[in-house]
Design a protein around this ligand. Structure first.
Ligand code: 4AD
Ligand code: MG
Length: 441
């Protein structure tokens, strides 16, 4: 029946299972007496073959992409040459239209993606998400988040859920979203770190996956104003343990994600050149990075050679990471450019026991450190950073009620995904991205 490619043998032993499927028309292709409809339901894609009167009816009511429908028929297994997803086809004997879509350019997905400028695509995000690329990134995102939970639980870390509405800053006042909380000043959390530290005494090693908020006033491909932050805190450790753990968690999450064949295929399709990082990661001290940048004639933000104490700007950091082309554990940043809570290095008090994980294509995906565990030193640090200690009493108390050497980190899930899925910007790894100038849809 109908016209099919000649080299395909459709007489499959597996034909015959009757099924009913619901989904949306992902694409359709017409031949003389046959219509091929690929239905999409989130779980997968199903090629449905409509022949005879069904094909005519389908044609007559001009079914468009994104129309939702129900189709019943017989499942046939088909050989790979037939180009049917998962090598199966549904040979339809009945269909019902549930919700017709208008068709044309507003029927989105591949069409909009091909034509659209970035802002239109973001305005139409609700439709763009129906396209294969955007949807794949969302599926990988789900799998990766799941893998973090799996890996942390394998390591017996306890998940806690810190508050999003807070009255303390973590990463500097300039990126705080402030709001009125029943006539008190409050902020959207920048990081759950301080709260996680208070979980150590009852939970031991712990983690959270929560939103963090930053009022970033610049538009870059890796800054969001709302992002998902994977944070962990480790008790009774040395700095080196933190570095080893970071390799462990990153490689573990990649392994778990890739062990799912559907995810492995999506990642392969999204990012064909992805290679699982090999351990140990390259380790580099901040001071050596400064030397390296100068050797490679990469200038600082004032177009001058880098000096000890400079912040390594996004562009310079990414160039270095792209040239080295491997994950880097960049350590021992100067005290002056790092957050108030960071432990100083015992051998060189100019620097902190801090680490950023840098990935090719993205740059920094993780920021972490050992935490100041001495009460007096922490009080000094508040002062040096112009932070009033009072709102931090609960954080400070950790140093009074049984302090411990501990450290932790935060990983930006969107940056991790941009690296894993080979996406140019973190905006494409969000369900609905939020950044300066965009708060819709
Ligand atoms: O380096 P950051 O600011 O470190 C902290 O917030 C620590 N308190 C975390 C901790 O130790 N628990 O942020 C950590 C990571 C960055 O490496 C980056 O991946 C991500 O969070 N991040 C952002 N991602 C998207 N948009 C932004 N505006 C981000 N700011 C930070
Ligand atoms: Mg950082």
């Amino acid at each position: 029946s109908g016209e099919r490619p000649k080299d395909v043998d459709y007489s499959s032993p597996d034909r015959g299972t009757r099924v009913r499927v619901y989904g949306r028309v992902h694409r359709e292709r017409k031949q003389a007496h046959v219509v091929f409809v690929t239905l999409r339901d989130g779980f997968g894609y199903m090629q449905c073959v409509l022949t005879g009167p069904l094909a005519k009816t389908f044609d007559a009511i001009t079914l468009t992409r994104e129309t939702s429908m129900m189709i019943t028929g017989e499942m046939w297994e088909v050989p790979p040459g037939a180009h049917a997803p998962d090598n199966r086809e549904l040979h339809a004997d009945y269909f019902e239209v549930i919700g017709k879509a208008p068709g044309g350019d507003d029927a989105i997905t591949n069409k909009v993606q091909a034509k659209g400028d970035a802002q239109t695509l973001l305005d139409q995000r609700h439709l763009v998400l129906r396209g294969e690329t955007a949807a794949s990134v969302m599926f990988v995102r789900d799998a990766v988040e799941h893998a973090f939970n799996t890996k942390f639980h394998e390591l017996h870390y306890v998940k806690v859920s810190p508050p999003a509405l807070v009255q303390t800053q973590v990463e500097g006042g300039s990126t705080l979203f402030e709001f009125d909380y029943y006539n008190e000043k409050a902020y959207l959390t920048q990081s759950s770190q301080l709260y996680l530290e208070t979980a150590l005494p009852f939970a031991g090693n712990c983690y959270c996956i929560e939103k963090s908020f930053r009022a970033e006033k610049s538009l870059t491909r890796r800054h969001l104003s709302e992002y998902t932050h994977v944070e962990a805190e480790l008790d009774f450790i040395k700095f080196d343990d933190l570095l080893t753990h970071l390799e462990d968690i990153i490689c573990g999450v990649i392994d778990i994600t890739l062990s799912n064949p559907r995810m492995a295929k999506m990642i392969q399709d999204l990012n064909p050149s992805f290679e699982k990082p090999s351990r140990p990661f390259k380790r580099m001290r901040y001071s050596d990075a400064i030397t390296w940048l100068n050797e490679h004639d990469i200038k600082n933000e004032n177009d001058q050679p880098h000096e000890f104490g400079d912040d390594i700007a996004e562009a310079a950091e990414r160039r270095m990471t792209d040239i080295l082309a491997v994950p880097i554990l960049l350590t021992h940043f100067p005290v002056a450019i790092k957050a108030f809570y960071m432990q100083k290095d015992a051998e060189d008090p100019r620097v902190t026991e801090s680490v950023d994980v840098l990935m090719p294509g993205v740059g920094e995906i993780v920021g972490g450190s050992m935490r100041m565990d001495d009460y007096a030193e922490l009080m000094e640090a508040y002062k040096r950073n112009g932070i009033g200690a009072e709102p931090y009493y609960w954080y400070t108390d950790q140093r009074r009620y049984g302090t411990s050497p501990h450290g932790g980190y935060g990983l930006g899930l969107e940056r991790f995904l941009a690296w894993l899925c080979g996406q140019h910007t973190v905006r494409d790894t969000c369900f609905y991205p939020r950044y300066m100038g965009r708060c819709r849809p």
